[in-house]
Design a protein around this ligand. Structure first.
Ligand SMILES: [Zn+2]
Length: 67
């Protein structure tokens, strides 16, 4: 599995855009499940970590870019 580092607060791009047309999601909860929120329409979805990692395309904006 490719190492895609992500963390709370990151803006991520998924393999499929949300039906609203936006493909930028904010990670708002981390744990066994990951909750992401569409930055376009505020819709949020809960995904098991494994599903999330499969659907994740890339991290657009890291919450800790300054490191
Ligand atoms: Zn949306």
């Amino acid at each position: 599995m490719p190492n895609k580092a992500f963390q709370l607060g990151d803006i991520v791009q998924m393999k499929k855009a949300h039906p609203c047309g936006t493909n930028a999601w904010k990670v708002i909860r981390m744990g066994m499940d990951i909750r992401i929120k569409c930055t376009g329409c505020e819709h949020s979805v809960l995904l098991p970590r494994k599903r999330f990692e499969q659907k994740l395309k890339k991290v657009l904006v890291s919450a800790q870019e300054e490191i």
